[in-house]
Design a protein around this ligand. Structure first.
Ligand code: UD1
Ligand code: CA
Length: 487
């Protein structure tokens, strides 16, 4: 039978080099917190249970992990307080794993977000093939920087790991480094972690000392030189974060372009890894497609768009300047320029949402249009209705939000206010400038105009009153004196 395998994720550290109020492992890469990325990889790899060692901002880290977790992960949280080094963190995690767990344990930091499950499987196969007591992953780096250096003897046998801060100049010149990923049996870890001592430059319990302990016990210790060094890049600073972000973005864009998506300037297109974009879709410059978006085929996104958790149907045209969040845009719709679709907007298809229109919790049936300057909030609108320029759903009474219902084939005239809660049935004509305060039955015309009147020659008297002289001044001169105000 396959040996059972669990994992300890060390996520209790502060991440001083980020210079942040927030724990390092909560910082997001491609919109996904570092810790969540690592946990997803370990879950995919098949580690069960998955112990997360938390400490610095423990409650926040635990909450973020739980929020992103799927039910398939067998999560256990262990608290490390205070944080006395990676070895101490592993000890806390191991305790939480319980003494009845006797299988293999993967140990890894929470700051190596590019790791893949396939690579972990390769490492595990190596460990088992060598009947190794302790294995760890190494990579060769041109600039080994602050990573722990791998010390081998003349025959290539691993002797130990020396932290950069504790290393001699000669040791610092070694370019094979420790990635911080280890594999060993739980029973070995239980007794070996007990032997760690904090006698080093940082006064911490170093997990890396396990190697020397295992050697002293004549266990087989193997270092697996990973084929792809970039998977093990650790995040320690914001600059490293930004360069990894750029790498991920480039990978996503290349994959999308290979699958038939056009981008005018891929360097200014930001698509999350969890979004999908269909074939023959065109993405212009300065576009963000974030969260879990589903963009259909042959969609035109002109540019400068911010889309988060949005579904866009086939053949839609998103003109310049669309911001949309948590909404659905049905096929063959035309949105923008400068449109704001807020959460809960659902467009059935063949819709038009024009410039300076804001929607929120608004359901629009097929073919319904709002082409200019409107606010549609808490509204359910039928099919083939035309919402004129400047129409407003008056949804908020200062305490509560209320619903506006509009039927099929209505004409809602320009500059109308619909004071919710209110229902306008099918085939209603709302005259422009109407304030609708009660329900309107099917097929009716509703209007609340004051009848239009004229006072002939009125303007002449107006100028006279203001200037004390007769007519003759231009209207513009008059309005500049009165600030263009209304009587
Ligand atoms: C560690 C290794 C180093 C290796 C590098 C790879 C040690 C002593 N050094 O160094 O050899 O090259 O990783 O990235 O292990 N953590 C805790 N509790 C603590 C301290 C740290 O949970 O008390 C966690 C951190 O949150 C982090 C991980 O352990 O996720 C690694 O800690 P970090 O301080 O980044 O170690 P490095 O100095 O990078
Ligand atoms: Ca690190």
């Amino acid at each position: 039978m396959e040996q059972q395998i669990s994992a300890l994720v060390l996520a209790a550290g502060m991440g001083t080099r980020m210079r942040s109020q927030r724990a390092k492992v909560l910082h997001e890469l491609g919109g996904i917190p570092l810790i969540v990325r690592v946990i997803r990889v370990l879950a995919e790899f098949g580690a069960r249970p998955l112990v997360v060692v938390v400490g610095h901002q423990a409650a926040d880290v635990e909450a973020v992990v739980r929020r992103h977790a799927t039910s398939s992960e067998d999560l256990v949280f262990a608290l490390q307080q205070p944080q006395r080094g990676t070895g101490d963190a592993a000890w806390c995690g191991l305790r939480a794993l319980g003494t009845d767990f006797t299988g293999d344990v993967v140990l890894c930091g929470a700051d190596t977000p590019m790791l893949s499950a396939a690579t972990l499987a390769g490492f595990t196969a190596f460990h088992r093939a060598n009947s190794s007591g302790l294995s760890f992953v190494t990579v060769r780096l041109d600039e080994p920087g602050a990573y722990g250096r791998v010390i081998r003897d003349g025959s290539g046998k691993v002797l130990g790991i020396v932290e950069a801060r504790d290393a001699s100049p000669e040791e610092l010149s070694i370019n094979e480094v420790n990635t911080g990923i280890y594999l060993a049996r739980a029973d070995f870890l239980r007794q070996a972690l007990n032997k760690l001592r904090p006698d080093n430059a940082q006064g911490e319990y170093y997990l890396t000392d396990l190697v020397a302990i295992a050697r002293a016990e004549r266990l087989v210790v193997e270092a697996w030189l990973a084929p792809r060094a970039d998977e093990f890049a650790g995040i320690n600073s914001r600059a490293e974060m930004a360069s990894m972000e750029a790498k991920i973005r480039e990978q996503v864009n290349h994959r999308l372009m290979a699958s038939g998506v056009s981008m005018l300037d891929p360097a200014s297109v930001y698509v999350s890894e969890e979004s999908e974009v269909g074939r023959d879709t065109f993405i212009g410059p300065n576009v963000q497609i974030l969260g879990r978006c589903r963009i259909g085929e042959s969609v035109q996104i002109e540019g400068t768009a911010y889309l988060r958790d949005v579904t866009v149907g086939d053949r839609c045209h998103l003109k310049l300047g669309v911001r949309a969040e948590q909404c659905t845009i049905g096929p063959d719709s035309e949105i923008g320029p400068f449109a704001h679709l807020r959460a809960g907007t659902e467009l059935e298809g063949h819709n038009r949402i024009g410039n300076f229109v804001e929607t929120k919790k608004a359901r629009l049936g097929r073919g319904t249009k709002a082409s200019h300057l409107s606010y549609l909030g808490d509204a359910v609108i039928g099919c083939d209705t035309n919402v004129g320029c400047g129409v407003i759903t008056v949804n908020y009474d200062g305490y509560d939000k209320h619903l506006t219902r509009i039927g099929d084939r209505c004409m809602v005239g320009c500059d109308s206010q619909l004071v919710a809660p209110v229902t306008i049935a099918d085939d209603v004509y709302v005259a422009s400038g109407t304030t609708v305060v009660h329900d309107v039955p099917e097929g009716a015309l509703t209007l609340s105009h004051h009848p239009q009147r004229e006072k002939l020659g009125w303007t002449r008297g107006w100028h006279k009153r203001h200037r004390g002289c007769g007519a003759g001044g231009s209207a513009r001169a008059a309005s500049s004196q009165t600030q263009g105000g209304q009587e």
